[in-house]
Design a binder for this molecule. Structure first.
Ligand code: HEM
Length: 466
C-alpha cells in the first residue's frame, strides 16, 4: 500500500494555523531543511489553510521534473500572481501554451546567439575590470554583489534586446533599483495565505507597482525599437541578431503569440537572467574567500589558460577552465540560488511508494538532497575537486543535484549563466586577490524567491605575478 498524504510525518503546529507562525519567510529554506533532518525526505506541513508535501527525495524530484508539462505544473498561485501583474511568459505558462513559449525562448537563448554576442559581452567585462582596477588602486572596500547584478543586467539586456544598458558605469543604477523590488514581493505574495495587497496597499506594494510600471515602459520602448529595426533592415528577418528580434519574427507566424506574450517573455528573461547568475557569483566569492587555498588553485588554472591576457578574449577559450567549472558546480551544490521549487500534480499519482492526490502542493527542496552524505561524499564540505574527473570521488548522485532544474523545463539560460560566470571569475582572479572584509559568519542566506547572500564587502588587491 502506498503511503498517503495524511500518513506523512511532519510538525504538528497549532489548530487551524498549523506551523504558519513558526515560519520565517527569509529563512524558510533552512527551516524546511531542519525539518527534513527530523521527519525525513518526504513530510507534510500545514501553513494556515495550505497543506503541503515537502520533498527532498531525489527519485521523486526527478519524477516530477521529468513528467512535465503533462503530469505536473508549477504551483497555480505563482501563475495567478504573475498574471495579475501582466506577466505571461515561459516560466508561468503550462501545457501546450508552455510548449509554444518554450520554443520561442529557446531559439533566442541558443548558443548561436551567445557566440554572436560574445564581443559585446567582453565590453561589459572590460567595464567591470576598469571599475575594479580603480577599487584596487584606492584600496576601498566594495559591494561586489551590486557589481555582479549590474553586470548581469547589462549582459541580459544586450544579448536579449540588443540594447546596451551600461549600468556598471551608471551612478544611480535606476533599473537596478526597480529590479530589486520585484522578486522579493512575488515571493512574499506566494507565501501569504491571504492576499492583503488587494485590500490594503502598503508602501512596499506601491514601490513594487512603480518598479513593474518602469520596467514595463522600458520594455514597451524596446519592442517599438525592435519592430522599427526589423522594418528598416528586412535582411534581419533571415538572421535576427537578438532574442527580441527572433521572438518578434516568430510571433508574426504564431497566431496565439501576441504582444502580451512577447512582453511576458522579455520580462521573464530579464528577471530570470539577472538575480540568479549574480547571486551565484556572489556565493562563489563568499566561498573562495573562505577557502583561500582554492582561490590560489583557481588562479593557477587561470594563469595557465590566459597567459599574458587580462581576460578571456576568444569564445573558444571558454571551453577550458575545468577547475573554475568545478568551483561553480560546488558553489551551486552548497548555495543553490533556487533551492525551493513548487509544483502540483495534474492527476492522482503514485511515486516511489507515495500517493499524491491531484492538486497536492509539493515543495521540492533540492538542497537538502544535495547535502546528504548518501548522495555526495562529505556532503556539507566545500570540495570542488569532487567535480573533476580525475578525482574519482565516490558517491556522486546527479539526481540530487538540480541547481538548474531538470526535465523538459530545465533552465534555458544555463549556458549563458555559465559563460557569464567564466568571463567574470577568470578576469577577477587573473588580476586581483579577493579578501572578505565582512566576517563570513555575518553573511546570512536570505530567501526572497532566489537565495541571496546578505550584504558584504570585499577588498581587491592587485596580484603580484612573477
Ligand atoms: C546561475 C544562474 C541560474 C540558475 C541557478 C537558474 C535556475 C533555474 C531553475 C532552477 C529553473 C527552474 C527549472 C525547472 O523548473 O526545472 C529555471 C528556469 C528558467 N530560467 Fe534559469 N537559472 C539561471 C540563469 C538563467 C538565465 C541567465 C536565464 C536567461 C537569460 C534564465 C532563464 C530561465 C527561464 C526562461 C526559465 C523558465 C523555463 C521554463 O519554465 O520552461 N535562467 N532557472
Amino acid at each position: 500500500m502506498p503511503i498517503l498524504f495524511r500518513d506523512l510525518p511532519g510538525p504538528k503546529g497549532i489548530p487551524f494555523f498549523g506551523s504558519a507562525f513558526d515560519m520565517e519567510l527569509s529563512n524558510m529554506h533552512n527551516q524546511f531543511q531542519e525539518m527534513a533532518d527530523e521527519y525525513g525526505s518526504v513530510y507534510k506541513i500545514k501553513l494556515g489553510p495550505v497543506k503541503m508535501a515537502i520533498i527532498s527525495e531525489p527519485k521523486i524530484i526527478q519524477h516530477i521534473l521529468r513528467e512535465r508539462p503533462e503530469g505536473f505544473i508549477r504551483m497555480k498561485k505563482l501563475d495567478k500572481i504573475l498574471r495579475a501583474e501582466g506577466v505571461h511568459g515561459v516560466f508561468n505558462a503550462e501545457g501546450d501554451d508552455w510548449k509554444m513559449h518554450r520554443r520561442m525562448v529557446a531559439k533566442g537563448l541558443d548558443v548561436k546567439h551567445q557566440k554572436a554576442f560574445f564581443d559585446k559581452m567582453l565590453i561589459s567585462v572590460d567595464r567591470l575590470y576598469a571599475k575594479w582596477k580603480k577599487a584596487a588602486d584606492s584600496g576601498e572596500a566594495i559591494d561586489i554583489q551590486q557589481d555582479f547584478l549590474r553586470f548581469t543586467v547589462d549582459i541580459t539586456t544586450t544579448l536579449a534586446f540588443g540594447f546596451e544598458m551600461n549600468t556598471i558605469e551608471e551612478k544611480g543604477g535606476v533599473v537596478q533599483d526597480h529590479m530589486e523590488k520585484i522578486f522579493p514581493m512575488i515571493f512574499k505574495r506566494i507565501n501569504e495565505p491571504i492576499q492583503w495587497h488587494k485590500l490594503i496597499r502598503k508602501k512596499a506594494d506601491r514601490e513594487f507597482d512603480k518598479a513593474l510600471d518602469a520596467i514595463d515602459s522600458m520594455i514597451d520602448q524596446w519592442i517599438v525599437d525592435g519592430r522599427r529595426r526589423l522594418e528598416e533592415h528586412p535582411e534581419l528577418k533571415e538572421n535576427p541578431t537578438n532574442f527580441l528580434e527572433a521572438i518578434l519574427l516568430e510571433a508574426e507566424n504564431e497566431e496565439d503569440f501576441g504582444d502580451e506574450q512577447v512582453k511576458g517573455n522579455l520580462v521573464t528573461v530579464l528577471l530570470a537572467g539577472e538575480d540568479t547568475t549574480a547571486h551565484t557569483l556572489a556565493w562563489t566569492i563568499y566561498l573562495l574567500t573562505m577557502y583561500p587555498d582554492y582561490q590560489s588553485k583557481l588562479q593557477s588554472e587561470i594563469d595557465q589558460t590566459l597567459g599574458d591576457l587580462k581576460c578571456i578574449t576568444e569564445y573558444e577559450s571558454t571551453q577550458g577552465f575545468k577547475f573554475l567549472e568545478a568551483i561553480a558546480n560546488e558553489t551551486m551544490r552548497l548555495k543553490p540560488v533556487a533551492p525551493l521549487l513548487l509544483f502540483e500534480p495534474l492527476m492522482d499519482m503514485e511515486i516511489e511508494g507515495y500517493f499524491f492526490k491531484k492538486g497536492t502542493r509539493m515543495l521540492v527542496h533540492s538542497r537538502h538532497a544535495a547535502l546528504q552524505d548518501d548522495n555526495f561524499t562529505k556532503g556539507k564540505t566545500f570540495f570542488p575537486e569532487r567535480w573533476m574527473k580525475e578525482s574519482k570521488c565516490p558517491m556522486h548522485s546527479m539526481d540530487a543535484y538540480i541547481p538548474f532544474g531538470g526535465g523538459p523545463r530545465f533552465c534555458p539560460g544555463k549556458n549563458l549563466a555559465l559563460l557569464e560566470m567564466k568571463l567574470v571569475l577568470s578576469m577577477l582572479f587573473k588580476n586581483f586577490d579577493v579578501e572578505m572584509v565582512t566576517p563570513h559568519e555575518d553573511v546570512k542566506e536570505i530567501m526572497a524567491f532566489t537565495m541571496m547572500a546578505s550584504d558584504y564587502k570585499v577588498k581587491l588587491k592587485h596580484r603580484v605575478q612573477s
